[in-house]
Design a protein around this ligand. Sequence first.
Ligand code: GLN
Length: 148
Amino acid sequence: MDGLIIPGGESTVMGKLLADMGMADTVRHMIVGGLPVFGTCAGMILLAEKIDNGPGRSRSTFPATVKRNAFGRQLGSFSAVSAFGDQGDIPMESIRAPIITEVGKGVRVLSEIDGKIVAARYNCQLVTAFHPELTSDDTVHRCFIGMF
Ligand code: GLN
């Protein structure tokens, strides 16, 4: 396996399945060992070391705090256009999206919407609060492939 994409969905269910199926530690070790990982939306939430107002998460690997459903629930879903790193503007589809409220040392913020962090990178870990797979723009996927 060259890389891992943890997609959107429901982070509580995905986290429970990872734990119940005994996969959480394996995945963590692979990421800490340098496997490139890309977490979108719920995937970003699973990777984050801390959830806003919640306890630290010892199995997570991305040094940041995230706030779930930061733009509201289903009706708060929206499309936006904003810069992704130095790659110019890209479309960003958000579905019950989280935001990053705090980043740790070594994290590079790549995108913001209305001053809220929605994409970041830490070593070989890339996270976006939005869903690049829902548009035809492949800028984010190219960035991820560039990490292999
Ligand atoms: N709101 C979902 C969660 O908290 C994430 C939604 C998504 O992945 N599009 O897990």
